[in-house]
Write a protein that binds this ligand. Structure first.
Ligand code: GRF
Length: 187
């Protein structure tokens, strides 16, 4: 039986994209990468794996609605049922949210609702918190505000530099995101 089809949306390095596509036990198959930055390293990662890419620049469109309508058309043409945001640096608009209601997930490197938005790991580190972590949540129109599905705590160790905290958080991300996708899609 063929697997349910999914797309990953990413803007940068793509380490979470890689972690998702490498997990062959997932009940879905990632058949498309959507990327809003033509120079993002994640594009080469998709090409190496033979995964289709839809790369766009928001500035080429009149509005968010216009580029999202094109994305939705591409998703529908590819029979995509689930969307996983993995470092996609744009808020979703109503066009995407309406087309994929309840079928869009995001991963965020903090224990939401703490430290939403950019540079969350550094901001948690600078705030001197004893623990931070990783959140997987449903996506709504806000900045990292949708209902939480799973969280995992990562301790901030005394004397540990920011780079080490970042590495430990990314390690958790790469394990937690595929695990949550698997559990959710198996339900
Ligand atoms: C990750 O930390 C993710 O949680 C956040 O953006 C980062 C993307 O990293 N939303 P990568 O491109 O997956 O390596």
């Amino acid at each position: 039986m063929s697997k349910v089809k999914a797309a990953v949306f990413a803007s940068g390095t793509g380490s979470n994209f890689q972690a998702i596509i490498e997990d062959k036990t997932l009940p879905c198959e990632v058949v498309l990468l959507v990327c809003d930055r033509p120079s993002a390293p994640v594009i080469a990662k998709a090409q190496r794996q033979g995964i289709k890419t839809f790369v766009f620049s928001a500035k080429d469109y009149e509005s968010k609605e216009a580029y999202e309508q094109e994305i939705v058309d591409v998703l529908k043409r590819n029979e995509i049922e689930w969307v996983f945001l993995a470092g996609y640096m744009r808020l979703l608009g109503q066009t995407m949210l309406d087309a994929y209601e309840g079928k869009i997930l995001n991963i965020h490197p903090s224990l939401l609702p703490a430290f939403p938005g950019k540079d969350s790991i550094a901001r948690a580190f600078e705030a001197g918190v004893a623990e931070t972590g990783v959140t997987v949540h449903y996506v709504d129109g806000g900045m990292d505000t949708g209902p939480v599905i799973a969280q995992e705590v990562v301790e901030v160790l005394p004397g540990d530099p920011l780079e080490s905290l970042e590495a430990r958080i990314h390690e958790v991300e790469h394990r937690l995101y595929p695990k949550v996708i698997k559990e959710l899609l198996q339900k």
